[in-house]
Design a protein around this ligand. Sequence first.
Ligand code: FES
Length: 241
Amino acid sequence: MTVRRLAEQQPDSFEFTPENRAWCDAQISKYPLGRQASAVIPLLWKAQAQNNYWLPQKAIEKVADMLAMPYIRVLEIATFYSMFNLEPVGRHFVQLCGTTPCALRGANDIKAVLEKRIGEQRHVSADGKFAWLEVECLGACCNAPMVQINDDYFEDLTPELMEKLLDDLAAGRPVKTGSQIGRIGSEPEPGKSDTLTDATLYDGSVVGSWKTRFDEARVAEKLAAEKAAAEKAAAEAANKS
Ligand code: FES
């Protein structure tokens, strides 16, 4: 976890649009009198969405005023959760999952593309269109590697597909969300429909069979090791005589 501070350059004011203000009021009304502070995260989230995906200080203060909370309490929440961006993140904010499943499936290659195309993490590109950040698991491990860009997921990425995605976004072309190789949800990849052919992995009526298999394998390994040790001892004895 890195230190999270408010951006040095701040706007002078923040107001919700009438439409967003009505949305906020609806969220607040969900909670009983005296418990309005429970709406703090949705309100911060809406403020961030309205402000190009980052939270200025004035927005944090606005939310605190609306919920009758001390500024410091809302600031603590905004600085604690990494879902809140405290600095500008460009038009397209790319969050790259770098956790183990994505790492094993090529997240480091995607990271290299982002470094080449956008630059260092936490910096907005020169054209103001992109910024990126490596984050922990985003819950789409079945379709790793993946990135989240603003509110959308882009999955089953390769370096080439990531480059194309950035090209399309930069040019304002429409992009396809979800799997980039045509998978629907997390179905098996085309040509790899033999997932889970071992019934012991999912069939409750044979549960435990996998353990028998592993136990048998362990016994076989032990016997092989004993046999190898006996052969080695016999060879050493033969050499001495
Ligand atoms: S590890 Fe990348 S989405 Fe879960």
